[in-house]
Write a protein that binds this ligand. Structure first.
Ligand code: MTE
Length: 312
């Protein structure tokens, strides 16, 4: 396993370890005034106080990460995806690349992934519903596939689509309100940022269906709904693409959706979050939410001069 250069916000994984070894290790994702900086503590090492007083952020368990999910195509309850997503057929899988680029095509998943180096990255994950976890993802930089697609100079955004197959996805019976397929998008510079990850696994294992197998996006400084699952299409566009939640309820969900404790969701505060915790599901600690989820040091420059209350 080759690990790329360490970034401040990464918790480096010096090796691929099974879950018990992962969760035995003590890790901090320390933050200093909202600035992401991470340190890794070897087992048994003395724990220095996290700089901002933010609590110890240990990894969530496999069980928590795989049974507390949002994947509305498989139902609205947090447990529905783990109950129902076994119906999703992930092999064979094709990703269509189209729009404003030199190398459009229908790529077999294996070919899409193959040229990239797979890495393990521990990221905070903050849902817009104000719960959060710390998750050891396995994947590769989104920038890899963007660069291989050779976007045209006129491409300013990239949009993503989830598979929509009513035969495999029971949500058709329960609430056919959302205009499936699920759609998300990023500005091209956000997508090219080294923190933006295409994920194929977690805890060193293949990604479970309920977490968005076989390929999902993770953008750790944004609310979780930007991290689209089971991606079948990437399209380069000149204009900001329509996205599922921003279309559904534009007052509540913006295109940018950077984690921001100062911008309320119209129905609840975003100042704090419930860290799913304690081994038993739905046990949690309430902790302060950090600007850009603790990754501001790396990504805040992308939004210089933008009014983040207007472009939320
Ligand atoms: N992608 C699709 N296709 N459908 C969804 O319902 N939910 C989003 C995001 N990606 C969603 C999706 C939301 S709201 C969140 S918080 C995360 O997936 C949840 O990811 P997890 O279940 O792996 O924690």
């Amino acid at each position: 396993m080759i690990i790329r250069s360490r970034k401040k916000s990464d918790i480096p994984s010096s090796e691929i370890t099974p879950e018990p070894a992962y969760i035995d290790r003590r890790r901090f994702l320390g933050t200093s005034a909202g600035i992401g900086a991470a340190a890794f503590l070897a087992p048994g090492a003395a724990a220095a106080a996290p700089p901002s007083g933010r609590q110890d952020e240990k990894l969530n368990t496999w069980e928590e990460i795989t049974t507390h999910n949002n994947f509305y195509e498989f139902g609205l309850d947090k447990k529905d995806p783990s109950r129902n997503a076994h119906a999703l057929v992930t092999k064979p899988w094709t990703v269509k690349v189209d729009g404003l680029c030199n190398k459009p095509g229908d790529y077999r998943l294996e070919d899409f992934i193959h040229p990239s180096t797979i890495e393990d990255r521990v990221y905070r994950f903050r849902c817009v519903e104000a719960w959060s976890m710390v998750i050891p993802w396995r994947g590769f930089p989104l920038a890899d596939v963007i660069n291989r697609a050779e976007p045209d100079p006129g491409a300013n955004y990239v949009s993503f689509e989830t598979l929509w197959d009513p035969e495999q996805m029971p949500e058709r019976r329960w609430r056919p309100v959302i205009g499936w397929p699920y759609r998300e998008g990023l500005r091209l510079d956000e997508a090219l940022h080294p923190l933006s990850l295409l994920v194929t696994g977690l805890y060193g294992k293949t990604l479970p269906n309920q977490n968005g197998a076989p390929l999902r996006l993770i953008v750790p400084w944004k609310y979780g709904f930007k991290s689209i699952k089971s991606v079948v299409r990437m399209t380069f566009t000149a204009e900001e693409p329509p996205t599922t939640w921003a279309t559904q309820s534009p007052r509540e969900y913006g295109f940018y959706s950077n984690v921001n404790p100062d911008v309320r969701h119209p129905r609840w505060s975003q100042a704090t979050e419930k860290r799913i915790d304690g081994g038993k599901l739905f046990g949690y600690r309430r902790i302060d939410t950090v600007f850009m989820n603790g990754y501001a040091d790396e990504v805040a420059h992308l939004y210089e001069g933008m009014d983040l209350k207007k472009y939320f």
